[in-house]
Ligand binder design. Structure first.
Ligand code: FAD
Length: 445
């Protein structure tokens, strides 16, 4: 058998190399390029968006201060707000009645993100995986990438790790952590169903939902935005359907442990499922272990088969719906986290701590999805009407570890619990934007 020859070739160097094109990577690349730096974004998939598109994580969570009687004030602005506006203009975005501008269609999102990057002058390199680095400590000199044509190196002056999994952190030898004392966040495999009768389901939901405010909202263009959820832990509206399906053997306990659905703007009849959560009883799965992730994919697809059949049989408006997409990528909530100059903590979030070097503000709760069925999750909020900051130091490796590496997104320097809040998409945008600005500033100076 002929062996694949791996020979390294040098590609043209750049000022700023961004690893990964999720929410953080797009914002980092755009802000670096806009500040005049020659910027390359390396992405292992064939599209931008990361979890938002590849794992079908829609909508973005609301990050806003809500004071009674006043219009909600968004805590993330900048490139995040620009992207939300572009989504609306492209027919794939909407603002929910609670003021959240982050409802979007993942397919249109891919195009919007291509546009904002190319317009800023970012060089996009898809289908390229970073597999190594050349680090002349404490300076990161180059990244090695692999694609179908072979293996290449690209040298850069500044590197931004937006890989979600902290690949550059690990490859360059900077300090990092994973999980917490054996605990991890659950992985999920999300999916979509088409041809849902949203009028019928929305009507049923409006009549039966027990919350104060109906989760159904009709836009001027006729699109219906709605969401609903079910877990064992809370007595949610859909409970009777789950009780019946479990009794009749149409669902297994793991399928019913967590269920959440959102309609999708610009796509009448489309429903996005924030489930199944893959939570075996007997082991804690590791998102960086290929045996575990391969099992998650096959096991998750079996769960999706049961859950989609359940919706057709039990839920109003789903009779003629069909499974139209299973996410190409596993939804990974946390894996590697930088151990940087400042480690954001749960106390910082719960005490609404502000920092002189704050680069992002958020009031999203600590939101931990247990990795084992039967374990309790966490949902702990910052004080009402207040927010915490993420400091720039949470994006920087320790002094003298790697001087020209910046980290942004879900692999920031935070404890397991704090990352459970900081990881939402608006925060990833804010972190990415700050990282790109800093990299751009370092190039100019
Ligand atoms: C199931 C689930 C539900 C969630 N629900 C919500 C929600 O409702 N709302 C919300 O706002 N947030 C939610 N989140 C959190 C949020 O979606 C993510 O934390 C956020 O999108 C992460 O953005 P990121 O840019 O840091 O990383 P990612 O989106 O993971 O992007 C990383 C990118 O880097 C690329 N990459 C990785 N390694 C390499 C490499 N070696 N070389 C090249 N490219 C590489 C990947 O392909 C990817 O495109 C959820 C997350 C999950 C998993």
């Amino acid at each position: 058998m002929k062996k694949l020859e791996i020979s390294y070739k040098d590609l043209k160097p750049c000022d700023v190399l961004v690893a990964g094109g999720g929410s953080a990577g797009v914002a980092a690349a755009v802000s670096a390029a806009r500040s005049g730096a020659k910027t390359i974004l390396i992405e292992k998939s064939t599209f931008l968006g990361g979890m938002a598109t590849g794992a079908l994580v829609t909508p973005m969570m609301k990050n806003a201060l809500c004071i009674e009687g006043a219009t909600p004030s968004l805590l993330t602005k900048g490139i995040f707000a620009e992207v939300c506006d572009r989504l609306v203009k492209a027919g794939g975005g909407a603002r929910f009645k609670d003021g959240n501008p982050g409802w979007f269609n993942p397919e249109i999102y891919k195009i919007v993100l291509d546009d904002i990057c190319t317009e800023a002058g970012v060089k996009l390199m898809f289908d390229n995986q970073i597999i190594g680095v050349y680090c002349n400590k404490p300076i990161l000199e180059a990244a090695y990438i692999l694609n179908k044509a072979g293996c290449f190196s690209i040298s850069g002056k500044q590197f931004i790790d937006c890989s979600g999994d902290g690949d550059l952190i690990a490859l360059s030898g900077a300090g990092y952590e994973e999980g917490s004392a054996g605990a991890r966040q659950a992985m999920s495999l999300r999916f979509m169903m088409s041809n849902v009768d949203l009028e019928t389901f929305g009507k049923w939901l409006s009549e039966n939902d027990k919350t104060d405010d109906s989760p159904v909202y009709k836009l001027d263009n006729g699109d219906i935005l709605l969401s609903s959820a079910f877990t064992y832990e809370r007595d949610w509206t859909l409970k009777p359907f789950f009780d019946d399906a479990l009794k009749n053997g149409d669902l297994e306990k793991e399928d019913a442990a967590y269920f959440q659905i959102f309609s999708v703007p610009g796509s009448p009849g489309l429903m996005a499922f924030n489930c199944p959560r893959i939570t075996p009883e007997d082991k804690t799965l590791n998102p960086l272990n290929n045996e575990d992730t391969s099992w998650v994919l096959t096991h998750g697809r079996q769960m999706i088969k049961r859950i989609s059949n359940f919706t057709k049989k039990y839920l109003p408006g789903f009779k003629n719906a069909y499974l139209s997409q299973i996410a190409p990528h596993i939804g990974i909530r946390e894996s590697r986290r930088l151990k940087g100059q400042y480690v954001l903590t749960a106390e910082d979030i719960l005490n609404a701590k502000k920092f002189d070097d704050g680069i992002a503000s958020s009031n999203w709760p600590i939101d931990i999805h247990p990795s084992k069925i039967g374990e309790k999750g966490q949902l702990r909020h910052p004080p009402k009407g207040d927010f915490y900051d993420i400091p720039l130091r949470s994006l920087l490796p320790k002094e003298n570890e790697v001087k020209n590496l910046i980290v942004a997104g879900r692999c920031l320097s935070a404890t397991f619990e704090a990352q459970g809040s900081a990881r939402i998409q608006p925060n990833c945008f804010a972190m990415g934007e700050a990282a790109g600005l800093l990299a751009g500033k370092r190039i100019v100076n």
